[in-house]
Design a protein around this ligand. Structure first.
Ligand code: ZN
Ligand code: ZN
Length: 355
C-alpha cells in the first residue's frame, strides 16, 4: 500500500490549466476517517462556475464533489469495511452546533467542510473527487451502494439527486399540478421524483428541443420554453388553471415572474437553481402577499436525503433512463478536455475516472 501512487488534478485559478499530479504514498486515515479509492466522478455545474471564475474557492484545491468510490481502509468507522462501494454526503458537519441540532440543517454547520471546496493545505489535501483517492472525514454520512446501481448512475447522487430529494421534500401534501423550470439533470431528477410521489400532472419547461423526449421518459409533460408567454399559456390551458407548486432549477432569474404567474393562490415556489450572484429577482412583495405564496430556498441537503437518493435509484434503476444522462468516462489526466465537454452541455453529467 505504501508504494501506491495517488493521482489528482489541482485547480489554481481561472484561466490556468488544471495540473495533473502524483504522490507516491497513500495517506493514513485518522480516527473516524476513511480512505476511499474513487471509481468515478461527475462534473457538477458548480465546478464549471469555479473554473470559469464565477465563484471563489480556497486554492489551490482539488475540485469535484460528486463521486462513487471503494473503501481502501477505514479507521474506526462502524459498519464499513475495506471493499465497500460507497457514496458520501457533500458536507462534513460537527453534529453539535445549532445548525446541526436545533435547526436540523447540518449542511449549514458552523464548522462545515465541503468536499471539492477545500484548499489542498487542509488536512491530507485529498479533499476533492478529481483524484484517485479521497479522505472521508468523521462527520460525513457514508452510504453503501447496492450492486444493481452502476457507477455512472450513482455518481451524481451525492449532489444533484440529493438536492432534488431535499427540494421535493418541501412540497406540502400531494398536489395535483407541479411545474419544473429547467429540464437539465436536476429537472429530470425532479420529474422522476414527482411522478413517483403520485403527482398526476408534472410539467417541465426546457429550451433545448433535444431534451423534450428525455423529459417524457422521466414521466413529465415537456413544454418548449423558448417563448415564455406561450409556455405559460400552454400550461394554464392544459392544466385548466394555475398550478400548486413550481420548482426552479434552471438557474435563470428571468424565469421568476413566469413561476409566480403560474402559481395558484396559496401555492409554493421552491428555489434551488439560482445559486449564483446574478439572481436578483423581479418580484414584488405585493405579488407574494396577494397570492399568499410560500417561497422556499433549498441549498444542498442533509444525510437522510442521500439515503433516500440511493433508495430512489435502487427502486427506479430499471424504470428510468439514468444511465443515458452521463457521458462515457474521460481519464483524470484529461480533466481539461472533460470540462470542455461538460461546458458543451450535451450531457446531464460528464464523467471522469482515475487513469
Ligand atoms: Zn454539485
Ligand atoms: Zn455543526
Amino acid at each position: 500500500m505504501v508504494d501506491t501512487p495517488v493521482k489528482y488534478c489541482v485547480f489554481e485559478k481561472p484561466g490556468v490549466p488544471l495540473k495533473y499530479k502524483t504522490r507516491s504514498f497513500l495517506p493514513k486515515p485518522g480516527v473516524g476517517e476513511t480512505l476511499v479509492k474513487i471509481r468515478l466522478s461527475t462534473i457538477c455545474g458548480s465546478d464549471i462556475h469555479t473554473i470559469d471564475g464565477k465563484r471563489k474557492e480556497d486554492t489551490p484545491c482539488i475540485l469535484g464533489h460528486e463521486a462513487v468510490g471503494e473503501i481502501v481502509t477505514t479507521n474506526s468507522r462502524h459498519g464499513f469495511k475495506t471493499g465497500d462501494r460507497v457514496t458520501w454526503s457533500i458536507a462534513d458537519s460537527c453534529g453539535h452546533c445549532s445548525a446541526c441540532t436545533d435547526y436540523q440543517l447540518p449542511e449549514k454547520c458552523d464548522h462545515l467542510f465541503k468536499y471539492g471546496h477545500a484548499s489542498i493545505s487542509d488536512g491530507t489535501g485529498l479533499n476533492g473527487c478529481y483524484a484517485s483517492h479521497i479522505i472521508i472525514r468523521k462527520g460525513t454520512h457514508m452510504v453503501k451502494v447496492p450492486n444493481t446501481i452502476s457507477d455512472a448512475v450513482v455518481a451524481p447522487a451525492n449532489c444533484a439527486l440529493s438536492t432534488m430529494i431535499n427540494a421535493v421534500s418541501h412540497i406540502p401534501g400531494v398536489p395535483e399540478k407541479v411545474v419544473v423550470q429547467g429540464g437539465g439533470l436536476l429537472g429530470l431528477y425532479a420529474c422522476g421524483l414527482l411522478k413517483e410521489h403520485g403527482i398526476s400532472q408534472v410539467y417541465c419547461l426546457e429550451i433545448k428541443k433535444e431534451s423534450l423526449a428525455l423529459i417524457s421518459s422521466f414521466g413529465a409533460i415537456p413544454v418548449d420554453a423558448n417563448h415564455p408567454q406561450q409556455a405559460i399559456d400552454q400550461i394554464l390551458k392544459q392544466s385548466s388553471g394555475p398550478v400548486d407548486v413550481v420548482i426552479e432549477v434552471a438557474g435563470i432569474k428571468d424565469l421568476i415572474p413566469q413561476g409566480i404567474a403560474l402559481l395558484r393562490p396559496g401555492g409554493t415556489y421552491i428555489l434551488a437553481g439560482l445559486v449564483h450572484p446574478n439572481s436578483q429577482m423581479e418580484v414584488t412583495a405585493e405579488q407574494i402577499i396577494r397570492k399568499c405564496l410560500t417561497i422556499k430556498g433549498v441549498h444542498n441537503y442533509s444525510p437522510k436525503h442521500l439515503d433516500q437518493a440511493v433508495a430512489f435509484l435502487e427502486r427506479n434503476v430499471n424504470r428510468l433512463p439514468f444511465e443515458s444522462l452521463v457521458s462515457p468516462p474521460f481519464l483524470l489526466s484529461e480533466l481539461d478536455t472533460a470540462v470542455m465537454e461538460a461546458k458543451g452541455g450535451a450531457w446531464g453529467r460528464v464523467s471522469v475516472k482515475p487513469d
